[in-house]
Design a protein around this ligand. Sequence first.
Ligand SMILES: Nc1ncnc2c1ncn2[C@@H]1O[C@H](COP(=O)(O)OP(=O)(O)OP(=O)(O)O)[C@@H](O)[C@H]1O
Length: 591
Amino acid sequence: MKKIFSSIYEVYKMTLIFAGDYANSFKKSLVLHTISYIFQGLAFAMFYPFLKALFSENFMINEVWLYFSLIVLFSFIAIFSRWKAQDFDYDGVMIDITHKLREELGAKLRTMPLEKLSSYKTGELNSTFSSNIDESVLLIGLASSLILQILIVPFVIISVTFFVDYRLALIMLVMFPLMIPLNSWKKRGSTKVLKEYFSANAKLESSFIEYIQGLPILKAINQVGINAKNLQASIKYVKEVQEQSAYKDKLPPTIMGIMVELTLLSLLFFGVYFVANDSLALVTLGGCIVVFSRLTEPLASTLSFIGMFDFIQTAYKRIKELLDIEEIKTYEPIQAPKSFDIEFKDVEFIYTNQEKRAINNISFYLPNKTMTAIVGDSGCGKTTLTKLIMRYSDIQKGTIKIGGVNIKNMKYEDLMKNISVVFQDVYLFDDTILNNIKMANPSASKQDVENAAKSAYAHEFITNLPNGYDTKIGDIGGSLSGGERQRISIARAILKNTPIVILDEPTAALDTQSEGAVQKAIEKLIIDKTVIVIAHRLSTIKDANNILVIENGSLLESGTHDKLVSNKGKYFAMWEAQQRVKNWNINRGTN
Ligand SMILES: Nc1ncnc2c1ncn2[C@@H]1O[C@H](COP(=O)(O)OP(=O)(O)OP(=O)(O)O)[C@@H](O)[C@H]1O
């Protein structure tokens, strides 16, 4: 029995937490529903004395009227309490709660460490945000009212029947112990299936999003079928899980339905037997059958209603798992840096679920307003180093300081206010060009935006667009070139005007002509800033104040280009290799 109630109680507790300010109203509504169903049960139970009075040999109209009036009164109280319970305005409040939950989850996405966030697939988050919240919260009102009805009404009727004829009450009770193994049987199947159901749907959403996003690339390489296979596999998986759940869900409720019908037949069979040997009045048996037949349908559905709670509980757990993720913590004493030099001291970092450290005992110092390049083979840890400055995840050992302040002592918003990043891939939102730039500094005027765009060499091509700065990215689709998109993102960074700028291979994907324009824009962006640039092409970072050469997460060598070339180490080898390729290309061009 405990197991039957565990998911109901768990869901009740979670609903109170999620309901927040509405928790008391929710409790009040449950109390009113309880009162309503007690009186509904009593109204049914009044059929015993009513029928007895009606068919009595000493028929007395006053007695009949009394019981009839009680049936009417109890029914009226039941209806009135249920109506008052609806004052809680389930639909309105539940919509409010779903809205609040979505806001909380949205805030969580902003404050959770990015490493944690990136461990979720977009589709999984999407399904928690949309379907899990709707399925669970909007269903709870209906589910709690139904479950109270099927628990309370039979309880009242059977209790009253005990006073009328304990033998009939015992027959009614026989089926209840059977609910326990039937429910466990159903639950055993459904808990696993429900988890699979939610994860299959989340997987389907992920595959669908991935398929749509990857379609242009796959079309370009004539491999549309590759991702379609993943999508088809996800669709097939959902179908399999649905089939499984349909099969596993059906049998126990069907058996329960048969049990309820058998109970009714047993009441008839034994009732007739008791009437035959004069130990039961026919009219009492009639009342019992009338009363019990009102219960057969809800009782037969008991397992399905309890199953609704398993469903809600699984959805709640997914929501709670997200809400419980620890936010990025700011440690005391909270400080703000006054200058923007960056220091790594004995930093070690390993990604969750990885065995090898991505960053291995690294120390370096980047003076304020200097440019530092990070170079090294693919996968050596360059991007990880820059992500750690932005607290993508907390390091396991060592310290990272900006202007002498440990980044853990800086408020996360303050930390991010001081850093701009220009990535190789530019993300533009489906909004106007103006808003795409302005989002870096929402209080900026249109003139500020235009000035930033001019500095980023973007003003000219923007004013040539159909609606200039008011052109919507969605309306011009993919017609912006890679270089143009990159210059919009640089205009964003110029408008944000942060003391630290991180450039993560911003020109790597561009042709030579676009690269020239973007390079000029970058030069404007980095004036008077502490700059970190990740570059594969060493010719672009030759003039950096300092170059860090990373190998397998460790700092192998550092210094200016000239110093590293004369060292004849790893940097020299990389430089030589790139020069050879360059010369080979030039020779090929001249031949
Ligand atoms: N989110 C992540 N989870 C787990 N491991 C990761 C994650 N991101 C990177 N790594 C691993 O950490 C190591 C360093 O990756 P990082 O992206 O920092 O290298 P990189 O030098 O910037 O590479 P590239 O030049 O190819 O961009 C690699 O082994 C990579 O597979």
